[in-house]
Design a protein around this ligand. Structure first.
Ligand SMILES: CSC[C@H]1O[C@H](OP(=O)(O)O)[C@H](O)[C@@H]1O
Ligand SMILES: Nc1ncnc2[nH]cnc12
Length: 290
C-alpha cells in the first residue's frame, strides 16, 4: 500500500487534486465501513499526499451522511500525520467577504446527528479539545496562504458547525453573530474531533462563499452562489496546498504541537478492563498506550 504523510480532505467544489503526479487510487475498508470515496495518492511538488473528497466524487453524500470515522481511519492507516481540510463556509461578519480565505482557530458545535468518537464498547477516552485546530499546521497554512498576493486571508475565527443540510434561518444566523461566531459550515465536526482522537494534526482552509442569510444588503445563500464563488476559491486552495507541501516537516518530532500525543493521558479505562478484541480493534490508534 502506498503511504503519505499529508492528507487532504476536499470539500464542496474540490473533488480532485490538481498538479498531482505519480497518481495511484486506493480503495480502503475500515472497521467503520468504507470512506467517502477511493483515496488518491501521489506527489505534489515532490511531496507525497493523499487526497479524499469528503462528499465523494459527484458530491453524493450530505454532511450527515459523510462516513467521518472511516475517512479519518483510512488516512491514518496510510501513514498520514497531517490532515488539511478544505471547506466552503458562509461568513457571519462584514469584513470576511465572499472569496476571502480564513484559517479558523475555534469551533462551536451545533450538530445533532453525528457520531463524535471512535471509542466505544469498553474503551473510554477523553481527549483534550480546547484548541480544536492544530496551531502548528494552521500557522504553516497561513504562511502559505499569505504568499498569494491577490487573495485576502484572515487569521483565526470561530467556525460554527451546523447539522444541515438546509441552510440556517435568519434567527439562527443572527444569533450566531451575537454569540461571536465568525463563519458557518456543516463539516468541520466531527472531523476535527476524530482527527484529534487519531492523533493527527488537523487544520482548515475555509473558503468564504456567501454571507449566509443575515446580511440586509446581500442575497441569502444559495447553492448557485456557493458554486460560483467556489470556482475561484478552490483554485486558490490548490495553490496553498502546493505551497504548504514544501513547508510541512517530514518528521513530526519537529512540530511544536501536542497532536501526536493527544491520547497519552486521555485513556480512562483500566487497561486490565479493556477486552482483548477491543484492544485489537483499536490497535491502529492506541497500541502504543496499551
Ligand atoms: C454546497 S454549500 C454547503 C456545503 O458546503 C460545505 O461543505 P464542505 O465543508 O465539505 O466544503 C458545507 O459544510 C456544506 O456541506
Ligand atoms: N452559509 C452557509 N451555511 C452553512 N454551510 C455553508 N457552506 C457554504 N456556505 C454555507
Amino acid at each position: 500500500m502506498p503511504q503519505a504523510t499529508i492528507g487532504v480532505i476536499g470539500g464542496s467544489g474540490l473533488y480532485r487534486m490538481e498538479h498531482m503526479t505519480e497518481v495511484e487510487e486506493v480503495k480502503i475498508s475500515t472497521p467503520f465501513g468504507d470512506p467517502s470515496d477511493v483515496i488518491t495518492i501521489g506527489k505534489v511538488n515532490g511531496v507525497s499526499m493523499a487526497f479524499l473528497p469528503r462528499h465523494g466524487r459527484g458530491h453524493r453524500l450530505n454532511p450527515t451522511e459523510i462516513p467521518v470515522r472511516a475517512n479519518i481511519w483510512a488516512l491514518k492507516s496510510l501513514g498520514v500525520e497531517y490532515v488539511i481540510s478544505v471547506s466552503a463556509v458562509g461568513s457571519l461578519r462584514e469584513d470576511y467577504a465572499p472569496r476571502d480565505l480564513v484559517i479558523p482557530d475555534q469551533l462551536f458545535d451545533r450538530t445533532k446527528s453525528r457520531v463524535n468518537s471512535f471509542f466505544e464498547g469498553g474503551l473510554v477516552v477523553h481527549a483534550t479539545f480546547a484548541e480544536p485546530f492544530c496551531p502548528h499546521l494552521s500557522k504553516l497554512l497561513l504562511e502559505s496562504a499569505r504568499e498569494l498576493k491577490d487573495v485576502t486571508v484572515h487569521a483565526g475565527g470561530t467556525y460554527v458547525c451546523m447539522e444541515g443540510p438546509l441552510f440556517s434561518t435568519k434567527a439562527e444566523s443572527n444569533t450566531y453573530r451575537k454569540l461571536g461566531m465568525d463563519i458557518i459550515g456543516m463539516t468541520a465536526l466531527p472531523e476535527a474531533k476524530l482527527a484529534r482522537e487519531a492523533e493527527l494534526c488537523y487544520a482548515t482552509v475555509a473558503c468564504v462563499t456567501d454571507y449566509d442569510c443575515w446580511h440586509e444588503a446581500e442575497e441569502s445563500v444559495t447553492v448557485e452562489m456557493v458554486v460560483q464563488n467556489l470556482a475561484a476559491n478552490v483554485k486558490n486552495a490548490q495553490r496553498i496546498l502546493q505551497n504548504v507541501a514544501q513547508r510541512i516537516p517530514a518528521d513530526r518530532a519537529q512540530a511544536t504541537c501536542g497532536c501526536s500525543e493527544a491520547l497519552a493521558t486521555a485513556i480512562m479505562t483500566d487497561r486490565s478492563a479493556i477486552p482483548a478484541e477491543v484492544k485489537e480493534k483499536y490497535s491502529l490508534l492506541v497500541k502504543k498506550y496499551l
